[in-house]
Design a protein around this ligand. Structure first.
Ligand code: GLU
Length: 420
């Protein structure tokens, strides 16, 4: 992987830029530029046909300065240690930016879950949870869903850790199903946060939400929820893509119909979806559609130096982690395209994970209205801080978000000092 697309090098570059502007000491820079702990595990899983297959997984804890570490677990054939390192570092900044008491972590298993049966997926999940269990705990490291993992996978992890301990430990993981201690509003939280960021950005720029043309890359949990909520706010979602390609209709897609389609089809994909007036386009073409808001809600490195000059959106709100490379960022800024950065735009998920953890520890559960209202207060508050700093210093929203987040982490680390 070249330096330009290596997510960890990108994450370090973003950190270095902020550290320089914040005038952080060389010592602290050296501490924060690398993950504090990394665990690689190679483990066997019994397959349905009787064979035993080996899998590799990772759990990386970037920084524990502000509390236990938090971050999702993804299942993807292209996961590698550098991707997990980057995602862990981004979690540190994300939690600091929205000021919840966590450091950042991330996990991943190199696997295409679409190739596994449900029973194989469960065995893989339980064995991976066991391998990384030395790191996990409600006061240590609390995983959550990410790409290709969901509430059922979280339930298996919670059950595995609970079986080892001999009692139920709901707060060891978030994004659980409601019937085993999940939080109302958690499934929709990331997409809801994204939709709120679109609303706030539109408000600040005095652009009406009504009729705003939105394009969403990714129709998983984040992309589909954001599309539904934005449609409810009056936007017109004209383009959607997933791993099977792009779907476009200038007058607006039937998002509810597409969600019903994916809910019924294997692996929740849009493969084979068609409706009157819907044009099939490529994933690349989708990113370059003329629209008001583009929401990348899939994987890293989607908007790069190669396509940034062809993006025709006025605004970008990052539902995914790391969808825009620093090279692309510079081109977008030059072209006057406003970007709400990932560590702010997709923080809704970890904010409601925090609520789920608090509810689990207190064994006292909140209403959905309570959850949504608290989520809105936190994420809109963070948006306001980022917006104001960006205006005051004439910098991008990403740089403002990094300055606020990195400063908070630096302060916590400085106050605690270096042990021993
Ligand atoms: N995987 C999500 C993220 O990237 C959620 C993490 C969490 O809830 O801990 O923010």
């Amino acid at each position: 992987m070249s330096d330009q697309s290596n997510p960890f090098h990108i994450a370090q570059q973003q950190f270095d830029t902020a550290a320089e502007l914040l005038n952080l000491s060389d010592n602290l820079r050296a501490v924060l530029r690398v993950p504090q702990r990394e665990l690689t595990v190679n483990f066997p899983v019994k397959m349905d046909d009787g064979r035993t297959e080996m899998f590799t997984g990772y759990r990386v804890q970037h920084n524990l300065g502000r509390g236990p570490v938090k971050g999702g677990i993804r299942y993807h054939p292209a996961v590698d240690i550098d991707e997990v390192r980057a995602l862990a570092m981004w979690m540190t900044w994300k939690c600091a930016l929205v000021n919840i008491p966590y450091g950042g972590a991330k996990g991943g298993v190199v696997v295409d879950p679409k190739q596994l049966s449900l029973a194989e997926l469960e065995r893989l999940t339980r064995r991976f949870a066991t391998e990384i269990s030395i790191l996990l705990g409600p006061e240590k490291d609390i995983p959550a869903p990410d790409v290709n993992t969901n509430a059922q996978v979280m339930a298996w992890i919670m059950d595995t850790i609970s079986m080892h301990r001999g009692y139920t430990v709901p707060a060891v993981i978030t994004g659980k199903p409601l019937n085993v201690g999940g939080s109302l509003g958690r499934v929709e939280a990331t997409g809801r946060g994204v939709s709120l960021m679109v609303r706030e950005l539109a408000r600040r720029l005095s652009r009406p939400l009504e009729g705003m043309r939105v394009v969403v890359q990714g129709f998983g949990n984040v992309g589909s929820t954001a599309a539904i909520l934005l449609e409810r706010m009056g936007c017109t979602v004209i383009g959607i893509s997933d791993a099977t390609g792009g779907y476009y209709r200038g007058t607006g897609l039937d998002i509810a119909g597409m969600r019903t389609f994916t809910d019924r089809h294997s692996f929740r994909l849009l493969e084979g979806y068609s409706a009157p007036g819907v044009e099939k386009i490529s994933g690349q073409e989708l990113l370059e559609l003329e629209c008001d808001v583009l929401i990348p809600a899939a994987l890293e490195n989607q908007i790069t130096e190669r396509n940034a000059s062809r993006i025709q959106a006025a605004l970008i709100v990052e539902g995914a982690n790391g969808p825009t490379t620093p090279g692309a960022d510079a081109i977008l800024a030059e072209r006057g395209i406003t970007v709400v950065p990932d560590i702010l735009a997709n923080a809704g998920g970890v904010i409601v994970s925090y609520f789920e953890w608090v509810q689990g520890l207190q064994e006292f559960f909140w209403t959905e209205e309570d959850v949504n209202e608290k989520l809105e207060r936190i994420i809109v508050g963070a948006f306001d801080q980022v917006w104001e700093m960006a205006q005051r210093r004439s910098i991008t929203l990403r740089l403002a978000a990094y300055l606020l987040a990195v400063q908070r982490v630096a302060d916590a680390n400085n106050t605690r000092g270096v042990y021993p």
